[in-house]
Design a protein around this ligand. Sequence first.
Ligand code: HEC
Length: 242
Amino acid sequence: MDKVKLIDQVIKAIYAVFALVIVSFLFLVLIWTNPELVYSPRVSPADWQPRSIQADLGKGPRESLVRLGHEIIIETSKHIGPLAPEIESRLAGNNLSCQSCHLDAGRKSGSASFVGVANRFPQFRGRENKMGSLNERVNGCMERSMDGKPLPEGGLEMQAIVAYMEWLSEDVPVEREAEYKGFAKVELPTEAADPIKGRALSIARAVIWKTVKVNDHLKRISIYIHRYGGMTPITMALECIV
Ligand code: HEC
């Protein structure tokens, strides 16, 4: 009788060990495939870098919207400007890109970066004297900087631009947010601007120079663009300095 009980207990113990092994194995597989469940890689605020499409964007429905937003910001004219294939999409009036001003697809500090921008809206806008949304702010740049018409609020392009900005604004350490807001401070000169010097500078401006060797002498060739203000066409001059 005792022998039967013993065998029964041994079988139960084997089952228990077996179940434990299976559960541990499944747990390990789960952790292996989703390491963030137990370990979240915390970067110190000092080492933190803005997200990049190439390194940090996964795959999925939201990701493709974020990717489209990034493309619109770096190649604005091809998507919503004069170079867009569909005439109805050509809402921007010039061939600038958003990143002509918001450098490195809005990732660079000191150039009204989009890092953290989604956390700053809605906000009060003195220019319109009302609370403004992020959509309205994007359209502010569409109408002024891009010399165009506003993007439809619920349209794919607006959704994509905002999705990209929201993605860039996630997990930004609070200590670093201010660094990405607005433009770099410029030291303004203390003396008054001199319009005569300014005119001289705008009339003749060297745009290209190159050093060449002629008969063992170094010469600098400078190409100047002369502008005589207003509508006068641009003329060119070539100058050789020994
Ligand atoms: C010619 C330069 C220029 C271009 C091109 C431009 N912007 Fe701007 N943008 C600005 C300036 C200037 C500001 C104001 C920054 C400030 O308030 O400190 C601004 C501000 C913004 C802001 C608010 C930023 C903040 O931190 O509050 C958003 C959003 C924005 N622009 C989106 C865009 C988008 C999207 C495009 C392209 C469709 C674009 N901009 C194109 C110059 C430009």
